[in-house]
Design a protein around this ligand. Sequence first.
Ligand code: AMP
Length: 397
Amino acid sequence: MARKTLDELNLHAKRVLVRVDINVPMENGHVSDATRIDKIVPTVSEIMKRGGFPVLLAHFGRPKGQVQRDLSLLRLVPELEKVLNCSVIFVADCIGPAVEAASAILGPNQVLLLENTRFYAQEEQNDSNFAAELAKIGDIFCNDAFSVAHRAHASTEGLAHLLDSCTGRLMELELKALEAALGDPIRPIVAVVGGAKVSTKLDLLVNLIERVDHLVIGGGMANTFLAAKGINIGKSLAEHEMTAIANDILVKADGCSCEIILPKDIVIARKFEANAANEICLVDGCPDEAMILDSGPATIAQIINIFEVAKTLIWNGPLGAFELEPFDAATTAAARKASALTKNGALVSVAGGGDTVAALSKAGAADGFSFVSTAGGAFLEWMEGKDLPGVAAISRV
Ligand code: AMP
């Protein structure tokens, strides 16, 4: 059964509690990047157009159940008014009589913004009484905060059990993209997993080998796999305590007919710094005093060949130490190829999590992907095959 969207609900004269993610970066008291605020516009505007009254619920920072004036949402009112082009009324609480009264008298072209939900410890505890207090403020719950959907909090999960609930437009977009990549993808499907450590991406690797046809492993985590295969990796970043697990993954992948692609040639340097003297060698050519900082040209060519036959790509993590030039070469070349194939309609490409967005943006390739998720933790948990509580709790059609 499908989840309810805004399409299935009559919003006229209804107060709609919208959980949004407006946890934006600030500099000197001003919003320095309004991307997250821009993204809530479709849902909030639609609710107003359809005669509903949006009441925004959101967290900001990590106040850990304490009122912290520097984490008040009050500071976002000017930016919200600008972006939403309407008047934004702020109440310095998120539950209680003052909030209920403000919600009851909301008029057309007005949005009510409530104070940081995390000022209450009960929010992160998913306390049922607190969720019931939140439910008193509205008639409908609309969750548009995919990026916090992996948290079972009162405003992301508890509330969905108390009111008729639906996904917002942004959440819908994110879910559609992820379902296209991992739900019922067009094969062949290739995953790229890079980044620093195997230990932080173990669940991800295990889930992917059961689902994808090719798994490209790069970055620091590839070093752990190479070491597990008995290859000398010199002073490279690696988790030697993970070698047994890495071998286990290689064996499991074999059993699932998932082809693992590890570097066959490498870029090595003696220093972990930009423009360090470097050379390309075969994967078994790393001297004791050197470290592997990127995949070499033969590996890049192999990855590109796989991209050319693939129909779906999932990408998390850089293929090398991409912040340091020229060790961004493999990440940049592969990202640009994926972007070009996607633009030609040959590939569905979904990327996200950790440093991925920064790496693809640095390569100038992020715009070409079918979907780049900015939801770090929620994106990773989805790719790991876990149920996201904030998504699972939404009413079914
Ligand atoms: P993650 O947050 O796990 O996606 O890891 C991203 C980080 O891994 C980035 O800061 C990269 O510079 C780093 N990284 C990737 N490849 C290597 C490598 N071969 N050696 C050291 N660090 C690397």
